[in-house]
Write a protein that binds this ligand. Structure first.
Ligand code: EPU
Length: 341
C-alpha cells in the first residue's frame, strides 16, 4: 500500500486525516512545474494555513501547500504598497505593518491563515474587511492555464465571499496579493467591542498599535487559540436576511439583535441564535470517546477537544443548523469549507 501523508498538523481543527501526496511550492515557477504532472493535475487541492477547513474524510489526491513567502513594501507619499506572496502568514504581515506604523490591517490581527487565503473569503473582523486594503489579486487559473490578475473591483467581494469562492471556486490559485495601507495614523475604531475596550483602557486617540493590541486582547479572551484547541474560527456566517423577515421575527423574538446591511437587509449575529438555543459550551463524545463541541465563550466556534473526526463535528454543525432553522426560520450558512474526501 502506498504511504499516506497525515494532514493533522496542516489543519487548525487538528483532524487526523491523510492525503495521497503533498508538495510545497515556494514560487510561481515551482507551482507551474508541479501542475505539469498529470497525476497531480487530475486531483489536487491547495492548502494555505488550513484554518478554514473541515476534513471529513481522507483526501484521495495531492495537497499543494502554498509557501510563497515573498514580501515587498513600496512606499509612496501617503501610502505604502505591499506585494505579499500567498504563503505569507497573515498575522506576520499585519505585525510588519504595525511595526512600520502603517494603518489599515491592524483590526485583522491574529486571524489565522495565509495571505493567499485572505481574499477568498474576504476575511474580516472588528469593522474592517481585507477588501478595504486589497488592490489586486494574482494567481494561476486552471481554467485558462495562465496567470491572471484581478483588480479589486473584479473580485466580487462581499461579506465572507469573493469570485474565488464562487465562480472560480477551486480553480484559481492565489500566488500574490497587492495591498495598500496608509502611512497616516487613522485607525478604524467603529466596532462597538473595540471602542469599549479602548475607552476602558483610557485611550482617547488610539494609534494603529493601540488598535492592534486591543484586537489581540479581545481575540485572545474570546476565541480559542487553534494551537491549543482545534478550531477554524467562526464555523457559520452571520445570516443576512430581508428587513421584512426581521420585522416579522421580532414580533416573536423581541430581543433579536441585528445590524444594518445595505438598505434592504439586516445581519443577525449567528452567535446569538446558537446561544439562545442553549448550544454554547455543549460538549459531545464520539464513538471513540473523543470530545468536541461548541466553544464556551464564542458559540460561533466549534471545537475539537482532541481526536474527534470531521464527520462528528459536521453532525453537530448540522444539528445546530436544524435547530436554528426550526426556531427562527433562518438558514445558517457554513463559513468553513467542508472536504468530504
Ligand atoms: N453573541 C451572543 N453570545 C455570545 C457571543 C456573541 O449572543 O456568546 C452575540 C451578541 O449579540 C454580540 C454578537 O453576537 O453582540 C456579535 O458577537 P462578536 O462581536 O463576537 O462577533 P461575531 O459576529 O460573533 C464576527 C466574525 C468574527 C470576527 C468578529 C469580530 C463572522 C462569521 N464572524 O463574529 O470572525 O472576529 O465578528 O469582528 O462574521 C471568523 O470569521 O472566523 C471570525 C472569528
Amino acid at each position: 500500500m502506498p504511504q499516506r501523508i497525515s494532514l493533522k498538523s496542516l489543519n487548525t481543527f487538528g483532524i487526523d486525516v491523510s492525503c495521497s501526496q503533498l508538495f510545497r511550492f515556494r514560487s510561481e515557477k515551482e507551482l507551474t512545474a508541479l501542475l505539469e504532472d498529470e497525476k497531480i493535475r487530475s486531483q489536487f487541492m491547495v492548502l494555505g494555513g488550513g484554518s478554514n477547513i473541515l476534513f471529513c474524510a481522507d483526501y484521495n489526491g495531492t495537497i499543494l501547500k502554498n509557501e510563497i513567502n515573498t514580501l515587498r513594501f513600496d512606499t509612496h507619499e501617503d501610502t505604502a504598497l505591499i506585494k505579499a506572496g500567498g504563503g505569507v502568514i497573515w498575522h506576520t504581515l499585519v505585525e510588519e505593518c504595525v511595526q512600520k506604523g502603517y494603518t489599515g490591517l491592524e483590526n485583522l490581527a491574529l486571524i489565522p491563515g495565509t495571505v493567499g487565503a485572505a481574499p477568498i473569503q474576504n476575511i474580516g473582523a472588528y469593522g474592517v474587511e481585507v477588501k478595504d486594503a486589497i488592490v489586486s489579486v494574482r494567481g494561476y487559473s486552471t481554467r485558462t492555464s495562465a496567470f491572471e490578475t484581478f483588480e479589486n473591483n473584479e473580485c466580487a467581494f462581499g461579506y465572507r465571499t469573493s469570485i474565488f469562492k464562487e465562480k472560480f471556486k477551486n480553480e484559481f490559485i492565489i500566488t500574490e496579493v497587492t495591498l495598500r495601507v496608509s502611512k497616516k495614523e487613522s485607525p478604524n475604531t467603529s466596532y462597538g467591542a473595540l471602542q469599549e475596550h479602548l475607552t476602558s483602557a483610557g485611550i482617547k486617540k488610539p494609534s494603529c498599535k493601540d488598535v492592534f493590541d486591543a484586537v489581540c486582547a479581545i481575540r485572545r479572551e474570546k476565541l480559542p487559540n487553534p494551537k491549543i484547541m482545534g478550531n477554524a474560527g467562526s464555523f457559520f456566517k452571520n445570516p443576512v436576511i430581508e428587513k421584512e423577515k426581521y420585522e416579522s421575527l421580532i414580533k416573536t423574538f423581541p430581543n433579536l439583535p441585528h445590524y444594518a446591511f445595505g438598505d434592504k437587509y439586516v445581519k443577525i449575529p449567528a452567535a446569538y441564535l446558537i446561544d439562545s438555543l442553549g448550544f454554547k459550551g455543549v460538549k459531545r463524545f464520539d464513538a471513540n470517546g473523543a470530545q468536541f463541541g461548541v466553544h464556551t465563550r464564542q458559540p460561533l466556534v466549534l471545537v475539537n477537544y482532541g481526536g474527534a473526526t470531521g464527520a462528528s463535528i459536521l453532525t453537530l454543525a448540522e444539528e445546530i443548523q436544524k435547530a436554528v432553522l426550526e426556531k427562527f426560520r433562518i438558514h445558517l450558512e457554513k463559513e468553513v469549507c467542508v472536504v468530504r474526501g
